[in-house]
Ligand binder design. Structure first.
Ligand code: 4AZ
Length: 845
């Protein structure tokens, strides 16, 4: 039972209890007391209050005028500058050499002089320190500290962002000594605030100068044998020879999910200058993902910060230097012919910062050039909604495009036989870039025998006006005359006829859900599809025949039918889904018994489409591992000893004895497969009970029970789901959650972090048509008929969780489907309500 409902909360038994707990003085005594002492006491209190107010005001004024102006905050900026009148010396790589110290002194002197040109900066300047030099002629990297009055930080940030202008001013000063440094590209930015907020126990600094044809590795301390250290700040300064660039290739990245806690950052610089960040990484990256970064010059910096808890394996990366190519050889150039492909430098890995490429495409005379971007990934943090593409972008035919765009949707055709495409990356944040195809097309008919979308994409004519957004911009679904097998929505869209009356508003204006079942106005539709007069609703008589006209009638007790909730005392309720809703409906209270279930620490946000679940959001989700082989199926916790899963998960498969408890281990409280942390409990099994009528051909009765070898103790991360009563109603159109570590696309790999997605229950008759008659009454369909959201291989056995009030009920068990996330192919689930007797008999739940 939930502790709020368990009697721990103090509830006064009657008003009398409250009254006796407060003692009042007798009225007569009270009056006497007021009369005798009233004046004197009043005067004393008045003096005391006056004195207190005066003291407080004085204190505030003193604080305001004397101390407040001294409340100062430390502000650190990191920056770099190019010294054009010096030549790089190898001694500059080592901060203990005389040469380094002398040049560093010149740099800090000159910084002081630059800051003196700005009133905001000169007043608050504390000092600077040079951290490193690199080639080109010489680049100096430094840290500058200011003590800024609270509230003035923004004006100092602004002055620092214009530091190049101050350097210009300083250059023009007559009093400048002639042996002073000639500075260019002076810039700086505030340090990442996370580095301020955290007090690091460990600071580690590594330097690595790569050599041609030599591969070195950098890795987080302890990797791969132990987790990285807590509260640590680490940096790796990487250098290459002049004329070379750094190639950094990660083979493992496995950090905490939340970048606020632990992160790795890569800079196109030797110090942590925020406007030179190339990428920030946290969480887990699949080893098969290409994860290579290139620098623009011959330096790169990797930093890593960790907080006090949850430390993960960390990272490892290979460092090499590669010869810097000429601009022409890096990317761009002349492309000739009827068709071909081109891509951003280093694709599918990250393009380097500060890069510009230009392709001139020429197709045969008389034709037009059609360019289609198959992949387009040019996103920049904070600029997801930006339309004017101020940072990285692709420019073609006068269109500037940036951000992340769906495959194949960025496309254009020129009216002549040439087209110029430029790609531009600025100094910070890089992405994977793009790959594009070009082809010669007939300008007058760029989509021969096909439909041309507004965004220039060509699609098959059969895909227009079919209810699906095939173009990506909806242009194939506008101005339609709907075909006979389609519903004509009031708003002009066409939707497939089998979406009519499926409980989901597919038109968006309700047209497809109006007049369903054909009951006349003034009539209601029964659950068995019969029509009866509205007047017969809740009249105490079973007019529908199935009792559905006598449900939710406000009255409590009704005669029992298949649809009514039965209390322990065998009386029946008219209320639909009364169990564990916080109101006692049964006279014996049995509808609110055993209700410590179906709640998590987190509120579930409404989203459609798969995404990472929060830790502890679905605490009943279990990962079933075949010992030494990893995750195979999901399951749900229904009591401290019992799990529910799918029968097809526990069928022997060749040499794999999946029906035997010894084969399995159950992971409870698990979030990421890569991290069996403190919240996780691993259990062996004692017994597996597949449903005796499971049919391996039809997947009918696809349900099984698993008994743990010892009871689990519930925690924030381990809790049971609520079991629905046999009559619990999960109506069509109701939103439910699917969760699991299964494949994230058909034929793909399993997810590392538990995934969640929202789908809707689909009418059984509609589903049976879509699934060619394979749906039995013991199966439940749920999905998004437009495709794209579904359970998949590896999710089997896991829960279909249905929210009701503030709790989640186990509506279904992931069972089967026709592929994954295909159009008009919902996921099929075992209907849990059909097995309540069987589950109760074996588990007592
Ligand atoms: C499976 O193979 C599986 N799309 C589970 C669910 C679905 C498909 C396949 C539903 O475990």
């Amino acid at each position: 039972m939930d502790y709020m409902d368990s009697g721990l909360r103090y509830t006064p038994t009657s008003d009398k209890d409250w009254d006796t707990s407060v003692q009042f003085l007798p009225a007569s005594d009270n009056k006497k007391f007021e009369k005798k002492k009233g004046k004197k006491v009043g005067a004393v209190i008045g003096v005391v209050i006056f004195a207190a107010v005066v003291a407080l005001m004085t204190g505030l004024l003193v604080w305001h005028f004397h101390f407040r102006k001294d409340v100062r905050v430390k502000r650190m900026y990191s920056g770099s500058m190019r010294i054009t009148n010096q030549v790089f010396d190898n001694d500059y790589e080592n901060s203990s050499t005389q040469a380094f110290k002398m040049l560093a002194k010149q740099v800090t002197d000159q910084l002081k002089s630059i800051y003196s040109k700005s009133p905001q900066l000169s007043k608050y300047y504390v000092g600077s320190a040079v951290q490193a030099f690199s080639e080109g002629s010489v680049i100096a990297y430094y840290l500058s500290e200011f003590k800024v009055p609270a509230g003035q930080e923004a004006s100092v940030d602004k002055a620092m962002s214009d530091v190049d202008k101050l350097a210009d001013k300083e250059r023009r000063t007559f009093t400048r000594p002639h042996n002073s440094l000639a500075l260019e590209d002076v810039m700086s930015s505030a340090l990442d605030t996370r580095l301020f907020m955290t007090s690091f126990k460990t600071h580690l600094k590594f330097t690595e100068h790569t050599r041609p044809d030599k591969t070195t590795y950098i890795q987080s301390p302890g990797f791969p044998n132990s987790p990285y250290p807590p509260q640590a700040f680490m940096e790796w300064q990487l250098r290459a020879d002049p004329g070379y660039i750094i190639k950094l290739k990660f083979d493992t990245v496995n950090l905490e999910e939340d970048c606020k806690n632990d992160f790795v950052k890569i800079y196109d610089s030797l110090v942590a200058i925020e406007n030179r960040v190339m990428e920030e990484m946290c969480g887990y990256y699949s080893p098969s993902e290409p994860l290579t970064f290139l620098s623009s010059g011959n330096v790169m910096l990797v930093t890593m910060a960790t907080n006090e808890e949850k430390n993960f394996p960390g990272f490892r990366a290979e460092v090499t230097q590669i010869k810097r190519k000429t601009k022409a050889a890096t990317c761009g150039g002349q492309l000739k012919g009827a068709k071909g492909t081109f891509s951003s430098p280093n694709f599918p890995n990250y393009y380097p910062p500060s890069t510009e490429c230009q392709w001139t495409i020429e197709v045969p005379e008389g034709k037009g050039v059609k360019v289609t971007f198959k992949k387009f990934l040019l996103s920049e943090p904070g600029l997801e909604q930006s339309k004017d593409c101020p940072k990285d972008y692709v420019d073609f035919n006068g269109n500037k495009v940036c951000g992340e765009q769906p495959d194949g949707t960025v496309t254009d055709t020129s009216s002549t036989n040439t087209m110029t495409v430029t790609f531009n990356s600025d100094a910070s944040y890089v992405d994977r870039g793009f790959t594009a195809e070009y082809e010669a097309v007939d300008v007058k008919d760029p989509c021969p025998q096909q439909f041309q979308c507004k965004n220039q994409k060509c699609i098959s004519k059969a895909l227009t006006c079919d209810g699906w957004n095939d173009c990506g911009d909806m242009s194939d679904e506008l101005k339609c005359t709907c075909k006979s097998d389609s519903i004509t929505c009031k708003n002009g869209l066409c939707k497939p006829m089998f979406w009519k009356c499926d409980g989901v508003d597919d038109c968006g204006d309700g047209t497809d859900e109006k007049g369903c079942g054909g009951c006349k106005s003034g009539e209601m539709m029964c659950k068995n599809n019969k029509c009866v007069s509205e007047k017969k609703r809740c009249d105490g008589r079973n007019d529908c025949g199935d009792g559905s006209d006598e449900l939710d009638c406000g009255t409590s007790r009704v005669s029992c039918t298949d649809l009514t909730y039965k209390c322990k005392d065998n009386t029946c309720l008219s209320k639909v889904n009364p169990e564990c809703d916080g109101t006692q409906d049964c006279e014996d209270g049995s509808d609110e018994e055993n209700c410590d279930c179906g709640r998590s620490m987190f509120k579930t946000s409404r989203i459609v489409g798969g995404q990472n679940a929060d830790e502890g959001e679905f605490p009943w989700q279990v990962s079933l591992h075949v010992k030494n082989s990893g995750h195979v199926c999901g399951a749900s916790i229904i009591s401290p000893k019992w799990l529910v899963t799918a029968a097809h998960c526990v069928q022997d498969d060749g040499r794999l004895r999946l029906s035997q408890p010894e084969t399995w281990e159950a992971y409870l409280g698990l979030h990421a497969q890569s991290n069996v942390g403190k919240t996780v409990v691993k259990k062996n099994l004692k017994k597996i009970i597949p449903h005796p009528n499971y049919n391996a051909y039809t997947y009918d009765n696809d349900i099984a029970l698993m008994e743990l070898d010892s009871p689990v103790t519930y925690s924030d991360y381990i809790k049971p789901v609520c079991m629905p009563a046999p009559q619990h109603d999960f109506p069509s159109g109701h939103s439910v959650w699917i969760t699991g570590w299964g494949a994230t696309r058909e034929g793909g790999y399993g997810a590392t972090v538990l995934q969640k997605a929202q789908v809707r229950i689909i009418n059984g008759t509609v589903c049976n048509k879509l699934m060619e008659g394979q749906i039995t009454s013991r199966m439940l369909c749920a999905g998004v008929l437009a495709g794209g959201v579904d359970a998949c291989q590896g999710d089997s056995g896991g829960p279909l969780s249905s929210p009701s009030g503030s709790r989640m009920f186990l509506a279904g068990v992931v069972s089967w489907g026709d592929g994954c996330a295909r159009r008009n192919k919902p996921g099929v689930y075992t209907t849990v309500t059909k097995y309540r007797g069987w589950i109760q008999q074996h588990t007592g739940v």
